[in-house]
Design a protein around this ligand. Structure first.
Ligand SMILES: NC(=O)c1ccc[n+]([C@@H]2O[C@H](COP(=O)([O-])OP(=O)(O)OC[C@H]3O[C@@H](n4cnc5c(N)ncnc54)[C@H](OP(=O)(O)O)[C@@H]3O)[C@@H](O)[C@H]2O)c1
Length: 245
């Protein structure tokens, strides 16, 4: 059974991605930071649906913690064959006149440092297997350039740059590297939203509805599948056509 590691899978998009990859037949390592109980609930859901999963606590922005995480996964489930870099910290809105370097670093920790550490930790196993899938969760915010979100947008743009470069570096090893860019997908942290709260956004979306975590999970599922073995260095935007390349 191929092992899939999803960072930040205790809630939000990561939890939906973990559930979907387990339903696809992967043994899923459900990573969490503070939300152990929520991660255990995701694992319990997967197991009761007949899947294989285990929860692993680790701060994926910390080098030693990432190394230890991947070693624990290898011992419990096996080497990681599918890596999904999904975890995020807070994404504050900060206008440029108040923007500090620390604000940039806070975003770069999650979208540049963490993907780098995670990839480096699983690379030897993927190379040994001659096969591997790395899916980064980016954002359409980079293209949409939302005011006040420059630190987040810059880090998401950097993540896209890493995706393209690593796809070139690792293609010869049989490893694909792609990015899924969701639009707005309400999750727990957005609170309870009514149709009225999302109506303005939805009015700009050609598909006429708000995104669901399952929409994003389906794109990750495709990129992790055998069917996507010849797809690398690509971005799949999942936002109902809100922006188009
Ligand atoms: N939701 C959207 O509208 C949307 C739109 C575009 C892009 N995205 C992208 O999609 C990804 C997921 O976003 P989301 O909205 O699902 O986020 P979320 O609901 O806030 O979930 C964040 C996840 O990251 C984990 N996490 C936080 N700090 C961590 C750390 N240091 N180490 C390991 N895990 C950590 C959290 O774990 P704990 O619960 O254990 O703290 C949680 O599982 C992000 O990359 C985000 O930029 C989301």
């Amino acid at each position: 059974m191929t092992v899939a590691l999803v960072s930040g899978a205790s809630r939000g998009l990561g939890a939906a991605i973990a559930r979907r990859l387990a339903a696809d037949g992967f043994a899923v390592a459900v990573n969490y930071a503070a939300g152990r109980e929520r991660a255990e609930r995701v694992v319990a859901d997967i197991r009761s649906a007949g899947g294989t999963a285990e929860a692993f606590g680790a701060d994926v922005t910390d080098e030693a913690a990432v190394q230890d995480l991947v070693e624990r996964i290898r011992a419990a489930l096996g080497p990681v064959g599918v890596l999904v870099a999904n975890a995020t910290g807070p994404q504050p809105e900060i206008p440029v006149d108040r923007l500090g370097w620390r604000d940039h670093l806070d975003q770069l920790e999650f979208f540049v440092k963490s993907p780098t550490l995670l990839l480096q930790a699983v690379l030897a196993d993927m190379r040994a297997a001659g096969n591997g899938r790395f899916v980064q969760i980016g954002s359409d915010a980079f293209e949409r350039a939302m005011p006040g979100m420059s630190a987040y947008n810059a880090a998401k743009g950097a993540q896209w740059g890493l995706t393209r470069t690593w796809a070139r570096e690792l293609g010869g090893d049989g490893i694909t590297v792609n990015l899924v860019a969701p639009g707005w997908v309400p999750v727990e942290r957005h609170g309870d939203l009514t149709d009225a709260d999302t109506a303005g956004y939805v009015s700009e979306v050609p598909m006429g509805r708000i995104g669901r975590p399952e929409d994003v999970a389906a794109a990750v599922s495709y990129l992790a599948s055998d069917a996507a073995g010849f797809v690398t260095g690509q971005r799949i935007t999942v936002n109902g056509g809100h922006n188009m390349d």
